[in-house]
Design a protein around this ligand. Structure first.
Ligand SMILES: [Zn+2]
Length: 1004
């Protein structure tokens, strides 16, 4: 532990070297696999002829060579839902990205040495269908080489992803055969995991020719050496030799090429190219600038950028950015983002660019140690942006006058999802095989978020030695593969042999472990006020303010950190005291500082400060994986906003500060985005004061006009999340009518309703506005009768004045994608009991069951195959049967009646709906692309239902026909998706008027 207080004066600004350092070539190890690739893209068929020379660099002889050939992938049975939910998380319609057929790669032949050599036997591995095993006629001993020739084709499906074609862009990445990783333990072929980068291979030396149609604009890992017109509508490029982790080709006749250059610290000039649709010129130019800003800084940190050119290509793959050797792909939806979201694009492109060192130059085992490149890229990107934009800059740049709109701050973007995983008790280790993470959310929390903290904690331990360490590490492992074990050994060698135990513990905790730390400032006491201004000798003992701070650590790991002190007018923390686990009291001369144990996992720090502190924070730079960063402060400072418009968007994990209370007040617009079993809250306009704490609490008080009941109310609501168990929630709502109903809405003079519920979540959903995918509620509700008076009276039936019900509710929502499903089921059942006022108070028992299904019509029938059919049955019953508990009509029930038309105690409804696309994959955007139109469906539906009161049908079975529009919109390109619904329905066998409905999401 360092024995001194670090007095950091002002913000450290890392100055870039202004003197030009002579270019040192990037080291390329000898013995890398050598590939000669001749590739032709004709329509959707890629033909490749590839000669590979592989050298056995290990001590172990082998008589096989294993090749990763990913286009032979086919989605395993049972994985469809996982993949569909992954694409749903990315807000991509799963059918655009999931290729059920698969197996698009064909190897035609393999020869020894050259195309003329002996034919070689080969087969796919039994356990891994993307591993091609070539059987060699003789053993390749240590240091020996073997040359093999492979010829084959890849059929490009009309799917988004790594290989395929979509809207005029053709992409062939991670598709060519590459030699698997080989070491003293033998071959390490890795399973292809389509939802991340499972790649683990040596870099290769590529020489290539590419034959394309003449109209294609090319983007490639390698630079073009010569171009030849073949005279038959084709052209052939001969590429410069290229050393990289992979070799990718992307092309399109619709690309426009944008260019710029950037000078690196070594004086070299690098040509930057961005190929994109012409309409995306804004972000094409911005991205060139972002890359030009990043390359010199990364080059200063990690060593020179290896190439003279670098290419960014617009493509379609559903996730936002994808690193490749010498090139990055950025998803079309990023190019299509609002211009005001440049801050996000800057973050993304800086991250992908960083992978040129962490993935491409320094290779990793992407299957088991994703954090080695994703953790590094995430950490260094934030480091770059801290330097470039300042800490915690907002990612959205709202126009003047609209800057009160919710923003996304970079720290929140970085930490909120990890914080959610911690609150769910789901936070995984940084390292682990991809399938162990289960899905992308966990991988983000573990490999990216926790993984990036690993790099931050290493920097904190090494201090100024960190970048020199990293730079020599990149140089040593340049175009090799760096494992986590080697990384640890390099740290030990750098710091000294004695540190081995420390690094073992560090990797055990933060790389392979899932434990946390939770430092907290317990109390602060001013022992001696001292002078209230800084003296001429502010650091001398005795002349300052003597402060005692008690800090404690409540979780698994007592990770060393700092206690920071801030003074009037400062932004950062000028005085820092190192703290950590200790058994003996420690004394430091500077600041006359004493640190001593003050009980189990508690420390007492006494220090003399130059002035009275305004804030005291443990782990002030938020370097640690802290279970509750909100208790690290002495003075809790909530974020208080009074806004001209308060909506759902103010209270989300992305827009609220993740480490403090967010208090918001203002004019309020709110609508329920899903139904609750007790009652569904109305769309409301009014005033609200709310409190939000990420993954902890959301609630507020309000006064509003309820559009359903046309009355004026006051209310209070709240949701305590992850309490008392990690996967439970407790919520409540109470509403009281102040005035109304107005506008001739006829209802009883009712006033109250209230609900308390406890929920167990089996499966969360990625949507920002829907209820979880799979959960059970226990609830109790009191409500006066807010239904309008029934139009059709049944003799002997009674309208309950109020009810008090307690029961259970279960929901399973497997609609995929949730905003406009083409498949899936929906189950919703509840059973409650309680009392109802039917004149006398009587016992009542009530049940409700709903089952719905959506299917796409079978493939192969052209337009018809794009139509989706949805069906639902719903039944609801209550005892005693003379109570008018339910209504047949409503926007999500029998759409031919309003709520007043028919009421009773038992009902059944069946709905059938055809959703027929009339606009598909529209690119129309509005309001600077904050809202985009994507698909429009016409819905034709038939609803049938009957309701019974007192044992008699009220008016017989009713039949309604209707038409509707379903408008699928994208919000902020890929942030959220939703369907807006307009329905008109007429009951054909009753004299009721046509009903019009408007809602979010489908009716069922
Ligand atoms: Zn990445």
């Amino acid at each position: 532990m360092p024995a001194a207080i670090r007095f950091v004066l002002g913000l450290c600004v890392l100055a870039l070297a202004t003197t030009v350092v002579r270019a040192e070539p990037v080291p390329v190890p000898t013995g890398l696999p050598k590939y000669q690739v001749d590739l032709e893209i004709a329509g959707n068929i890629v033909t490749f002829r590839e000669t590979v020379t592989w050298t056995n660099l290990s001590k172990r002889p082998t008589d096989t060579v294993q090749i990763n050939f990913y286009p032979n992938f086919q989605i395993p049975k049972g994985d469809y839902l996982l993949l569909a939910k992954t694409l749903e998380l990315l807000r991509l319609n799963p059918e655009y990205g999931i290729d059920v057929k698969g197996r698009h790669g064909k190897i035609k032949r393999v020869n020894m040495g050259s195309p003329e050599g002996d034919l070689l036997a080969y087969h796919y591995s039994q356990s891994n269908p993307t591993t091609l095993i070539l059987e060699l006629p003789k053993t390749v001993a240590a240091g020996e080489s073997v040359t093999l020739f492979m010829e084959g084709t890849i059929c490009l499906a009309n799917k988004q992803g790594r290989w395929g074609h979509w809207q005029g862009i053709t992409y062939v990445s991670n598709a060519l055969p590459v030699v698997a990783f080989y070491d003293d333990d033998g071959w390490h072929d890795t399973q292809f995991i389509p939802w991340h980068q499972p790649f683990w291979n040596e870099a290769g030396v590529y020489n290539a020719t590419l034959t394309l149609a003449k109209d294609q604009v090319l983007a490639c890992s390698a630079a073009v050496k010569t171009e030849l017109d073949l005279g038959d509508g084709r052209k052939r490029y001969t590429m410069q030799p290229f050393v990289g982790r992979d070799f990718a080709v992307v092309c399109s006749a619709l690309y426009k090429e944008f260019r710029s250059t950037v000078k690196l610290p070594d004086g070299r000039e690098v040509t930057l190219k961005c190929v994109a649709y012409a309409k995306h010129e804004f972000y094409a130019r911005e991205i060139l600038q972002i890359v030009a800003d990043a390359l010199p800084v990364y080059s200063a940190w990690f060593g020179p950028f290896p190439y003279d050119q670098f290419t960014i290509a617009e493509s379609f793959f559903g996730w936002n950015g994808n690193e490749l050797g010498g090139m990055i792909l950025i998803d079309e939806r990023v190019f299509d983002m609002p211009h005001l979201a440049r801050g996000y694009v800057e973050y993304l492109v800086s991250h992908e660019t960083c992978h040129q060192w962490w993935y491409n130059q320094v290779g990793t085992n992407g299957y088991s140690e994703t954090f080695m490149d994703e953790g590094a890229a995430t950490y260094f990107t934030h480091r770059l942006l801290n330097q470039k934009r300042g800490k915690n800059n907002p990612l959205l740049n709202w126009p003047d006058g609209l800057d009160w709109l919710p923003n996304i701050y970079r720290d929140t973007y970085r930490n909120a999802s990890l914080h959610g995983a911690i609150r769910r008790n789901d936070a995984p280790p940084a390292a682990g095989d991809l399938p162990e993470f289960g899905h992308l959310i966990n991988l983000f929390s573990g490999a990216y978020d926790r993984g990036s903290k690993v790099f931050g904690m290493i920097e904190s331990r090494l201090g100024a030695e960190f970048l020199p360490f990293i730079k020599q590490l990149v140089r040593k492992y340049s175009f090799r593969v760096l494992s986590a074990k080697q990384f640890k050994a390099e740290l030990t060698a750098f710091v000294g042999k004695d540190s081995a135990g420390n690094w073992d513990e560090f990797f055990g905790r933060w790389v392979y472990g899932r434990g946390l730390t939770d430092w907290r400032v317990d109390s602060v006491r001013m022992i001696d006020q001292g002078p209230r201004h800084r003296g001429s000798d502010p650091m001398s003992a005795g002349s300052g303010v003597r402060v005692e701070v008690i800090v404690s650590q409540d979780r698994e790991f007592d990770e060393p950190t700092e206690l920071g002190f801030r003074f009037v007018g400062d932004v950062g923390y000028q005085v820092r005291v190192p703290i950590g686990p200790m058994n003996q009291p420690q004394q430091m001369v500077e600041g006359n500082c004493e640190i001593e144990p003050a009980g189990p996992k508690k420390l007492r720090v006494r220090v003399t400060l130059p002035a009275r502190p305004t804030q005291i924070t443990v782990d002030p730079d938020q370097i640690l994986v802290d279970a509750n960063p909100g208790n690290n402060f002495w003075k809790i400072q909530p974020k208080i906003s009074v806004v001209p418009l308060y909506t759902l968007l103010n209270d989300t994990d992305l827009t609220a500060d993740y480490d403090r209370w967010n208090l918001t007040a203002g004019p309020w617009v709110w609508g329920a985005s899903y139904q609750d079993p007790w009652y569904t809250r109305s769309t409301m306009l009014g005033l609200r004061a709310g409190a939000y704490r990420t993954q902890t609490f959301s609630g507020g008080v309000y006064s509003a006009f309820r559009t359903d009941y046309r009355d004026l109310i006051v209310g209070v609501d709240g949701l305590i999340d992850h309490w008392p168990l990690p996967k439970t929630q407790v919520g409540f709502n109470y509403e009281y009518r102040l005035a109304g109903p107005f506008f001739g809405n006829r209802g009883e003079d009712t006033q109250h309703r209230a609900t308390v519920f406890g929920r167990y979540v089996f499966q969360y959903i990625s949507s920002l506005y829907l209820a979880p995918m799979n959960y059970i509620d226990a609830y109790s509700t009191y409500q006066d009768n807010f239904l309008p008076f029934a139009e059709t009276a049944t003799p002997g039936s009674i309208r309950p004045a109020e009810q008090w019900l307690t029961g259970l509710h279960y929901r399973l929502n497997l609609y995929t994608p949730y905003w406009d499903p083409d498949r899936g089921v929906w189950v919703d059942v509840s059973a409650v009991g309680g009392t109802a006022n039917l004149g006398p108070q009587v016992e009542t028992y009530q049940g409700r069951g709903e089952f719905a299904i959506v299917r796409k019509l079978p493939e192969g029938h052209g337009y018809l195959s794009k139509i989706r059919a949805a069906g639902r049955i719903l039944t609801q019953g209550a005892f005693p049967d003379n109570g008018l508990f339910f209504t047949l009509g409503g926007s999500t029930q029998f759409r031919g009646f309003d709520l007043a038309e028919r009421q009773g105690s038992f009902l059944w409804i069946a709905n059938a709906e055809l959703r027929m696309p009339i606009i598909r994959d529209s690119q129309r955007n509005f309001l600077d692309s904050t809202v985009g139109l994507r698909n429009v469906n016409v819905a034709a539906f038939y609803d049938v239902g009957n309701i019974y009161a007192n044992g008699q049908s009220v008016g017989g079975a009713a039949h309604a026909l209707g038409l509707g529009l379903r408008v699928d919109i994208a919000i902020f390109s890929f942030i959220e998706r939703a369907t807006l619904r307009f329905d008109a329905a007429k009951t054909v066998n009753a004299a009721s008027p046509i009903q019009f409905w408007f809602g979010i999401q489908n009716a069922f």
